[in-house]
Each structure stands twice: as C-alpha cells, then as structure tokens.
Design a protein around this ligand. Structure first.
Ligand SMILES: Nc1ncnc2c1ncn2[C@@H]1O[C@H](COP(=O)(O)OP(=O)(O)OP(=O)(O)O)[C@@H](O)[C@H]1O
Ligand SMILES: Cc1ncc(COP(=O)(O)O)c(N)n1
Length: 264
C-alpha cells in the first residue's frame, strides 16, 4: 500500500536539527513519504544562524508545483518562509489541502527570521488559509499583536478568530509539566499537559512537533488526539537526545530513527 505523502515548505538548517531536516526525518519516522519545497538555505549550527540565502518565490512555487503535479500530497506544513512573496506561495496552496503552519519568527538561538512585513503577511494571508497554526507564546503574541499581559488563552482565541485552529505550544526545559493549549476548529479550548523532559537539547522541537501533527491530522485524527500523538513523538525524541553532548550551543532534539522494537 502507498504511504501517506506529506509536503514541507520550509528552510534548511545545516546543523540538521530544525527546518527541512527535522520535517523529513519526522515524516519518515511516522511512515510517511516526505517531499519538500525549500524556502531559504541557512548556514546554521547549534550556536546560531550565520547566514541566510532566501530563495525566490518563483523557485519555491516551482518546487511546490513539481511535487503537487506528480504526487498525491495528503497534507502540507510550512516552517520558515523568510519573505512576504513566499508567504503568498503558501497562502495559494490548493484550498482543499490540509495545511499546518509553524510560524518561524525567531530561532531558539535568538536569530530573527521574520520582519514586520512578513508577520503582517502571516496574519493577512497565511493564517486565514491554514488549518492549524502552531506558535509558541512569543510567536503567538507577535502574530496577534498582543501585549505581554494578555492571557495565553485570549491570544490563542485571537489567532483562531483569523481562521485556523491553534496549538499554542508551551515547551519548557525546566518545567515538570509542559502545557500546550489547543483551540479547535469550533473555538473550544483544551489544555493538554504532558510530562516535561528535563533537557535543553531541544533545538528543533517546534519543527518536529508540527511535522508530526501534520501526519497525524492527515490520518484523520481530531486535533486534540493528533496533538497528544505529536507531543508523545517529541517527548520520545527529547528523551533519546537528553544525554547527548553535540555542538557548542543549544543541543538538538534527536532525529535518529529507532524502530519501536529496539527502543530502550
Ligand atoms: N522539555 C520538554 N519536554 C517535553 N515536551 C517538550 C519539551 N520542550 C518542548 N516540548 C514540546 O514540544 C512541542 C513543541 O513546543 P515548543 O514550545 O518547544 O515549540 P517552539 O518553541 O516553537 O520550538 P522551537 O523553538 O524549536 O521552534 C510541544 O508539544 C511542547 O510541549
Ligand atoms: C531553517 C530553520 N527553521 C526553523 C527553525 C526554528 O527552530 P528552533 O526554534 O528550534 O531554532 C530554525 N532554527 N531554522
């Protein structure tokens, strides 16, 4: 039987933790065939982003067209877009295609990957088109234009008012419990808590989570169920990499594939 086919529209991370590398590894680990349209090429490692080459919207569109015209893509996810014109390519994906958007505005190492014009493009064009948006709290506040005093649930509801369901992620290396807030397509809020993994080797968790969420949604799972499954996938990856000492900066979440029967 054919595997589910998933498309990521995202940037590359030369360190292999985030972006396209994380997405394709996650798709593969979940049994999906991954395809990609690269938006930007970053020179990046665990310590930060050194340089970015942005690809043209025409070339991103050409990659998307090549994939969609040939393969039966069941779900798409978008990560780093980098430019307003590329946001337009994502907003113009075929209307029936489920789309998970991880708004990459800033990396965990602190690099800013979206200017104000791109934030406006997310708000005006990408969020109204997407099925689910998966910001962390800082990204959600910036997208909603919300101040630091506004409660997370109100910020999530403000994003939902633009069109999509929302998973406001609450990863925290120091918390016993991580709290992700889901606002489903009917505007109902669900707080989904799960045990925190005590590790700062978490570079790439947001990309990994949204890629896993996309695959589970494409399998027809309701958003809270798919969120639980994606949380479990990320937590298992964090447990695998918790003892690693890779790189001089923020350690990375595991993308090694461990067949379930061999997992310890
Ligand atoms: N230490 C942790 N233990 C357990 N789960 C975690 C941990 N850190 C993050 N997660 C989970 O990973 C998923 C992604 O959340 P996170 O808040 O890290 O996204 P993010 O800030 O967008 O990540 P990134 O900075 O990589 O883009 C969420 O389900 C979150 O609960
Ligand atoms: C190409 C690319 N896409 C996304 C991220 C965000 O990931 P993180 O917040 O873990 O740095 C990144 N650093 N690089």
């Amino acid at each position: 039987m054919n595997p589910l086919v998933a498309l990521t529209v995202a940037g590359t991370d030369s360190g292999g933790a985030a972006g396209v590398a994380a997405d394709l590894a996650t798709f593969a680990a979940l049994g999906a065939h991954g395809t990609c349209a690269v938006t930007a090429v970053t020179a990046q490692d665990t310590t930060g982003v050194r340089a970015v080459v942005q690809l043209s919207a025409d070339h991103v569109q050409a990659q998307v067209d090549a994939v969609l015209n040939d393969l039966p893509v069941a779900v798409a996810k978008a990560g780093m877009l980098g430019a307003v014109a590329v946001a337009g390519v994502v907003a113009d994906l075929p209307p029936g295609l489920p789309l998970v958007v991880d708004p990459v505005l800033r990396t965990s190492s602190g690099a800013v990957l979206a200017d104000d014009a791109l934030v406006t493009a997310y708000r005006d064009h990408v969020l109204p088109r997407c099925t689910v948006v998966t910001p962390n709290l800082a990204e959600a506040r910036r997208l909603a234009g919300a101040g630091s005093e506004e409660p997370p649930v109100d910020v999530a509801l403000a994003l939902h008012a633009l069109g999509p369901a929302v998973v406001l992620t609450g990863g925290d290396p120091e918390a016993d419990w991580c709290r992700d807030l889901v606002v489903d397509d009917r505007g109902r809020a669900h707080v989904l808590e799960h045990a925190g993994v005590p590790t700062t080797n978490d570079h790439g968790t947001g990309c990994t989570f949204s890629a896993a969420l996309a695959v589970h949604l494409a399998r027809g799972e309701p958003l809270p169920t798919a969120t639980r499954a994606a949380q479990a996938f990320v937590a298992a990856a964090l447990r695998r990499s918790a003892g690693w000492r890779l790189g001089r900066g923020r350690g990375l979440v595991a993308h090694t594939f461990v067949p379930p029967t061999q997992e310890v």
